[in-house]
Design a protein around this ligand. Structure first.
Ligand code: TRP
Length: 373
């Protein structure tokens, strides 16, 4: 069967079939047994319950070790290429749940080097964006005592020896096969993956004993971590545990919220008016006329407004089901759903923006090895 979608760390296109992707990458579905096991530590986050985080590598192994008293770290990151939008925040919210539930230490990597190498940006641009994005990360309430933010160009002294050891184990053929590089790829891109591996090994270095990490993130990052997991044992580190989510959909009906589609992307710094306008233009599952929709109903399956409730803004399953039901029956129309979603997003953003201001006071204390913003 021809694949009509593409998912790599740098490009996501087409209509993603997440089951096919899981099989292609070789990750394991999160089944009932694992969900039950996770529930023993606390109420699973709706993103787990709803299958937004849907696949993993070795979460069971991590829990086995945890039950023997071996603490683990959380590691995730962001490539600072532009303002933070809801699609970036989505996996961070699950990371926050993870830290609250397991009380673990956490590393957050800002790959300013990556975005310099892969985008038309200067190092100055990516460094500034790292700061702006860090404010959004901090605003979500990660424990300032337990969380450190790595910026690659600042913390390179610690990262470099780890990256080098990874680099020595990865051939150009592997990099080409995993990432699709060719003769035109700049050589920084080829080396970069080693820097995304490095933080997975820092906890073992800090603790002075084998220390596992769990990396909750978008499934598009799996190519990097397949490499990380392959080389880990040979370098004397535990393989990182992976927990993957689907991409956050865009408002225009696409599979991924993306800055290349500004009008369908909600930034954390958007004003209530901008949100209203963007949600107002969102793709829905409605009919062309009110009469038709009253009679035939709409289709929540394809509706971006419904997806936003499902992914982020309506945690109550009963309310969500009622919303879908009323849509299918033609009882509620797209306009009403848009008004309600706009309000939910604006309530969230108002609180987030206040916390983002407060983050300016805390962010300095959360830098890895105390670098200065
Ligand atoms: N490459 C990621 C991006 O472009 C950033 C990143 C670095 C990351 N380390 C990570 C993402 C670990 C998830 C987990 O956004």
């Amino acid at each position: 069967m021809a694949e009509d979608f593409k998912v790599t760390p740098w490009e996501v296109t087409g209509d993603i079939d997440y089951d096919v992707l899981m099989k292609k990458f070789g990750t394991t579905p999160i089944d009932d047994k694992l969900m039950k096991r996770l529930s023993r530590y606390g109420e699973p986050h709706p993103m787990l319950r709803r299958g937004i985080f849907y696949t993993h590598r070795d979460v069971d192994v991590l829990l086995d070790e945890y039950e023997k008293g071996n603490e683990f770290y959380i590691y995730t990151g962001r490539g600072p290429s532009g303002n933070t939008h809801l699609g970036h925040i989505m996996p961070w919210i699950l990371n926050k749940w993870m830290q609250d539930t397991f009380k673990c230490k956490m590393l957050f990597q800002m790959t300013d080097d990556e975005k310099f190498l892969f985008k038309d940006l200067t190092l100055h641009d990516t460094r500034n964006m790292a700061y702006e994005n860090a404010l959004d990360f901090v605003a979500l309430g990660f424990d300032p005592e337990k969380t450190k933010i790595i910026v690659d160009t600042e913390n390179i002294k610690t990262l470099y020896p780890l990256a080098l050891r990874v680099a020595k184990k990865v051939t150009f053929s592997t990099a080409k096969a995993v990432f699709g590089f060719d003769g035109e790829s700049n050589i920084g891109r080829i080396f970069f993956t080693t820097l995304e591996s490095a933080p997975a090994f820092i906890p073992t270095e800090i603790e002075g004993k084998p220390t596992r990490v769990i990396i909750p993130c978008g499934i598009d990052q799996d190519p990097h971590f397949r490499v990380t997991r392959d080389v880990a044992p040979g370098l004397g580190y535990p393989k990182p545990t992976m927990l993957y989510c689907k991409m956050c959909p865009g408002l225009s009906g696409g599979d991924k919220m993306s800055s290349s589609d500004e009008n369908a992307t909600i930034y954390t710094t958007d004003t209530p008016k901008q949100v209203k306008k963007k949600v107002g233009r969102a793709f829905t599952g409605g009919c062309v006329s009110v009469e038709e929709q009253r009679q035939n109903g709409g289709n929540p399956e394809v509706c971006a407004v419904f997806k936003y409730n499902y992914y982020l803004f309506e945690h109550d399953d009963a309310k969500l089901n009622e919303m879908a039901e009323k849509c299918r029956n033609g009882e509620i129309l797209c306009g009403e759903c848009k008004v309600a979603l706009t309000q939910k997003i604006n309530v969230f953003l108002e609180a987030h923006q206040a916390k983002r201001e407060e983050a300016k006071e805390i962010v300095d204390k959360m830098t890895f090895e105390g670098f200065k913003w």
